[in-house]
Design a protein. Sequence first.
Lengths: 342, 342
Amino acid sequence: MPPRMIDVARRANVALSTVSYAINGQRAVSEETRRRIRQAMDELGYQPNALARGLASKHTNILALLFPTPERGLGVTEMEFVVGAADAAREHGYHLVLSPSELRNVRDLEQLTGQGLIDGALVMEVRIDDDRVQLLEQAGVPFSMIGRTSDPGRIDYADIDFEQTTRDAVGHLVELGHRCIGFLNHSPSAFSVGYGPTVRASEGFRRAAATADVVHVERLCGDNAAAGQAAFHEMRAAQPDITALIVMNERAIVGVMDALDEIGWRVPDDLSIVSMVSSTRVTEMMRPKLTTLEPPSTQLGRLGIQMLLDQIDGGAGERAPVQELLPCRLVIGASSGPPPAR
Amino acid sequence: MPPRMIDVARRANVALSTVSYAINGQRAVSEETRRRIRQAMDELGYQPNALARGLASKHTNILALLFPTPERGLGVTEMEFVVGAADAAREHGYHLVLSPSELRNVRDLEQLTGQGLIDGALVMEVRIDDDRVQLLEQAGVPFSMIGRTSDPGRIDYADIDFEQTTRDAVGHLVELGHRCIGFLNHSPSAFSVGYGPTVRASEGFRRAAATADVVHVERLCGDNAAAGQAAFHEMRAAQPDITALIVMNERAIVGVMDALDEIGWRVPDDLSIVSMVSSTRVTEMMRPKLTTLEPPSTQLGRLGIQMLLDQIDGGAGERAPVQELLPCRLVIGASSGPPPAR
DNA sequence: TTGTAGGCGTTATCAT
DNA sequence: ATGATAACGCCTACAA
C-alpha cells in the first residue's frame, strides 16, 4: 500500500487534481502550494503509479526494442545497440522493454502492440523486406529502425553507411598499394533473406572497387571458420593475385587465417586483412590485431531512441523523416600493410 | 480506439464480467458462452489492455532486468544472459524491461520499484556486497539474482559454480601432466568492489590447486592486452616452472600471447592455456582455438526468470529458496596439451 | 452459470 | 489559482 496521490493531497491540504497539476505542470500552481505539495510528497515518499497514469493519459512511457535473434547469434555489436538504446531511453524517462520477436512470429508483435503497453518501438536487425515494418505501420505504432528496408519511405532510421564504409575499406587498401582485393561477406542465407548489411555492403564493395579501378572478387560465406577457410581458397583460385581481403564476417576470419597457414602466407606480409563492421573489442583479440572499421553501435542505439522520441513527443505534425547514415571508424591495426612484391 | 471488453460482451450477448472470467479463467463459464465470446474476440481483434488489467489486478506481467554496465563493458556472455532471460519471460507471457541502473544510482532503482510497474526483478552482475539487493528487499519486490552476494540468505539465485569450474580447469591441466599452474584473474578493481566471479574464482583456484597439490600463482589483471602481457611476465618471474595458465579475462589473453612471443614460447607446446568463463563464440576466434570453460549463460538467464516467476506465482507461501550453481562446460581446444619436458 | 457494481490511481474537463 | 468529478479499461466480490 504505497501512498497515493490523494494522500499527498490531504497532507498538503489541497485537492487531488492540484497535486496532479503540480506534478505534471499542465497548469499553473502557486509557488506556495507547490512547495507544500512537494514537501508532502517527500515526507510520504510518494511516486505516481505508472499504470494509472498510463491508463488515464494514454501514454505509458514505455518503448519496445524489437530484436530477433539471428541465426548467427548476437554479438558485441548488438549488445552495444541495446545498451545505447537502454541508456538513451532511461535518460529521457522512458522504460525499454526487450522484445525478442522472431520475424516469423508476427503474432507476438501484434500482441505487443495491441496491449496498449508501448508508446513506440525501435526495430533492430531490419531486413530489406521486413514484415514487422508493415505491421507497425498498420498498427499505427510510432517506430524507428536501426537499419532500413529497401524503400524506407518516410520512416525514421539510423543505419551504417555501407557505401561509405566499403569505400573507406577499399580506400585504405588502395592507398597502401593494393590492386586486387577480395570481399568476404556474410552467408548466402543472410543475403537471400535480405539482411541489409549483407546486401548493401556487397553493392558498396563492387561500386567502390570499380571506382578505384581495382580487381575484385567477393564470396558469401557462412559464419564459421570452415566456411571462411573454404571461401578464401576459392577466392584465391579465382584471383591468384589477391593481396588484400575485406571481411564482414567475424567468425569466418579465423578460417581465413587457417587457409593462409596452409599456403604459407602471413598477415599482413602476404595478405592484408580489414575487418568491416565489427567491434574492436573483438578484433583486438586477434593476432595480429586487425585493422577494423568499427560501427558506431552505441550511437546508433541512442539515435534510434532519439528519433522515436522526437516522433512521439513531436506529435502528429508533419515532420521531415530523420534518416541518418553513420560511417564506421577506421581503426588501423597490424593486419594491413603494403602488398607483397610478388 | 481499439475494442474494449464491453464491446466483446455486447457482441457475444453476455455481461462484461463474463468476458473477463472467460479470459482469465477465474470462474467457470459454459462451453457455449465461452465459444461465443471467443468468436466475438476474434471478430473484433480484441486484446485486453495491459494497463487497465494491471491497475485492477495488481500485477503487471512486467519484469525488470537490472544490469549495470561494468567498467569492462558487456560481452557475448552478458548478451546471452539477456537473450535467455528475454526469451524465458516471453514464453511465460511476461514482458522484460531493461534497466541499466548504475550501482551507485540507488535512486533509479527506487524509482523503478516505486512506480508499481514491475512484478519482480532479475538482478545481473551481483556483487559480493550489493546495495541493490538490500533495496529490493526493503521495497518488498520479488527478485532473484544471477550471481550472489556473500550471504544470499533465502534469496533465489543462479550462479556459475566457480569452485567446480576452477577444479575442472585445474583438473584438465593436471591430467595432462602440469604441475605448476598460473591463474590470470580480472582486475584488482573488480576484486576490490567485490565482483563475485573474481573473488570466488580466486578462492576456487587456490583450493583446487592445493587439493591437486600443484604449484600455483595468481595475478589480478586489468582487462586489456598490456596488463595481460605484464602480468604474465610477472607470473613467470615468480614461478619460472609455469607450464599452464588458466585465464578468466578474455581481453588479457592476447597480451599473454604477446608476452609468449617475446620469450619465444608457443601454445600449447611451452604453455597450455585454458580460458575460463568465456564464450566459445569468442575463444574460437583465437589461434590456436582455446580450450574453454564455457558458462551456461543462456540457461542462467532462463533460470533467473524461472525462479522469479515461481516466486511470484507461487504466492507468499514459504518456499525453500532456489539456489543453483551451474558448472561450465569444458570445451577442449588446441591450446592445452602436455607440459614441455624442460 | 451469469449479471451488477464498486474499486484500482491517475488525468483532464468541467466549474468556481 | 484551485476544486470537484467524470472517464480510462479491467477485475472481482457480491448478488441473483
